[in-house]
Design a protein. Structure first.
Length: 219
């Protein structure tokens, strides 16, 4: 006992948590999170789903989710968010289609077809909004919801993929691809976890949130 309250012991809890995240977050966070749970809280089970930002917020409010990972630029008052990490963007293209040094000018970048990774093919994401501010638009040749396969579309094509920097950390096997900085001003974004305020003081939920923070940091 501590201060009249029972200390929380994650090793003793038996509970199922419902999480939502993209396959980008799944790749970055889930392996470390699962290993941590198996070692320190083996009685915790995870049910992981994928949804758009808006859908995740609706599910949090409805009590259908315990925790959601995403960008969440705006949230309802009942939803709490916590930053996990911040990062920027990187472009990928086949080496044969770009100069030996550097990347592409904005005009050349816009002349090329692009791959968009988004749950909705008509998504107006951060890149589209940045382009709109300067009166530009890119051609989306392929729109798909899967981060994991997006880079596989680039070799031997003229396609360009612009994604979060940590999203390409696993792509060392693509010797025929080159990374370069986007030729337009793209602000860094902050990836967050969100939950409903009714779970603020739930000891197990609080422990899980802190564990997600720890497992989200770069290695």
């Amino acid at each position: 006992m501590l201060g009249g309250k029972m200390q929380f012991d994650p090793n003793q809890i038996k509970r199922r948590f419902r999480l939502a995240m993209s396959d980008y977050a799944t790749r970055l966070v889930l392996p470390r999170l699962v290993k941590h749970l198996r070692e320190f809280a083996p009685g915790i089970d995870l049910a992981v789903s994928q949804a758009s930002r808006d859908a995740m917020l609706v599910q949090l409010i409805a009590g259908e989710l315990d925790l959601a990972l995403g960008l969440f630029p705006e949230v309802p008052e009942s939803i709490k968010v916590q930053p996990l990490f911040s990062e920027g963007y990187i472009c990928l293209a086949d080496k044969k289609t770009i100069p030996d040094e550097g990347g592409l000018s904005l005009d050349d970048w816009l002349k090329r077809p692009h791959v968009l990774v988004a749950l909705r093919p008509d998504s107006n994401d951060e890149i589209e909004r940045a382009l709109a501010l300067i009166g530009k638009q890119r051609r989306i040749a392929v729109a798909l919801p899967h981060w994991g396969v997006a880079a596989d579309l680039i070799p031997d094509t003229d396609l360009i993929l612009t994604v979060a920097t940590r999203g390409v950390e696993h792509l060392k096997q693509f010797y025929n691809l080159r990374q370069f900085s986007p030729p337009l001003e793209l602000a860094q974004f902050t990836y967050k976890q969100g939950w409903h305020s009714r779970q603020d003081n739930d000891p197990a939920h609080e422990w899980l949130r802190q564990t997600v923070v720890d497992c989200s940091q770069p290695m």
